[in-house]
Design a protein around this ligand. Structure first.
Ligand SMILES: Nc1ncnc2c1ncn2[C@@H]1O[C@H](COP(=O)(O)OP(=O)(O)OP(=O)(O)O)[C@@H](O)[C@H]1O
Ligand SMILES: [Mg+2]
Length: 259
């Protein structure tokens, strides 16, 4: 029991204990302890190649840890495959966009909504016309501010709209934990500001872990931040604590943070 209770008293949505990952001789994740509290937005930052995406792959089951424990709520999930972990309430976006380009916005999101209901593929054709699924899909389209693109093909959206759609697909499953890996990568300043606002709205009250390089975004969006350097978490804290952390400044942030 005590394992699932954060020191603050908030419950842990996701806990990593002593997680390691090696590829052959390369020891990439080197004993990570990390806790995502229920309802918090938690950023993982660190230099290129630090192991951030690898960590997300371990959490979501794309990779299996070499050792260590990963717990979703109270439930150990290390060793499970990605599909099983997804069914237990973990949703993620990837560093590259991952939508169905040949389906409309509505169809993409309806797919996500239907998946949440765990509907058998053979029943989808019938169920897809159900009023409940349609209503939930329409609501999601509004939340994503994609109303005018309801019938646009995913592949014809702008890049930032595609990323919004991808986040919507992840949210359609109403996940207990949402992982976003660089959702603003490749966006202009305006697109970034727009998408940050969207993520803020969409993730209110949710448990979010996000990898992001843009420090302005990280410090404005996060309740807490963990800093990963060469496969180790060197600090976890509030934005103010991370800004003030000398070790973090030396290892990674340098003048960016004090500016
Ligand atoms: N499947 C793999 N096999 C071997 N090495 C890998 C594999 N996946 C990742 N790595 C290595 O693990 C290290 C961490 O990569 P990872 O992609 O997790 O970094 P990252 O922190 O996400 O970097 P970035 O900020 O550039 O996205 C890199 O040195 C990478 O080459
Ligand atoms: Mg990465």
């Amino acid at each position: 029991m005590s394992d699932t209770i954060a020191t603050s008293g908030a419950r842990a949505a996701l806990t990593l204990r002593g997680v390691h990952k090696s590829f052959g001789d390369a020891h990439i994740i080197r004993g990570v302890n990390l806790e995502l509290r229920e309802g918090e937005r938690h950023a993982v930052i660190g230099p290129n190649g630090a192991g951030k995406s690898t960590l997300f792959h371990l959490i979501s089951g794309q990779f299996q840890p070499s050792s260590g424990q990963i717990t979703l709520g109270d439930r150990p999930i290390q060793g499970m495959d990605a599909r099983a972990i997804n069914r237990l309430g973990m949703a993620r976006s990837f560093q590259i966009t991952n939508i169905f380009p040949g389906l409309s916005v509505f169809e993409n999101l309806r797919f996500g909504v239907m998946r949440r209901h765990g509907l058998q593929y053979t029943f989808w054709k019938r169920i897809s016309r159900s009023a409940g699924v349609t209503h939930e899909t329409e609501q999601l389209i509004e939340q994503l501010r994609l109303g005018r693109h309801r019938d646009t093909l995913g592949g014809e959206l702008s890049y930032s709209e595609q990323r919004s759609l991808e986040i919507g697909m992840a949210l359609a499953s109403d996940p207990a934990v949402l992982l976003l890996d660089e959702p603003m990568a490749g966006m202009s300043r305006e697109e970034t500001e727009y998408t940050v606002g969207l993520i803020r709205d969409l993730t209110a009250g949710r448990s979010l872990m996000i990898v992001e390089h843009d420090m302005e975004v990280v410090f404005s969006l996060s309740d807490r931040i963990s800093v990963l350097v060469y496969g180790e978490i060197i600090a976890t804290g509030t934005p103010d604590e991370i800004r003030a952390n000398v070790q973090v400044q030396e290892a990674y942030l340098g003048t960016e943070v004090t500016a």
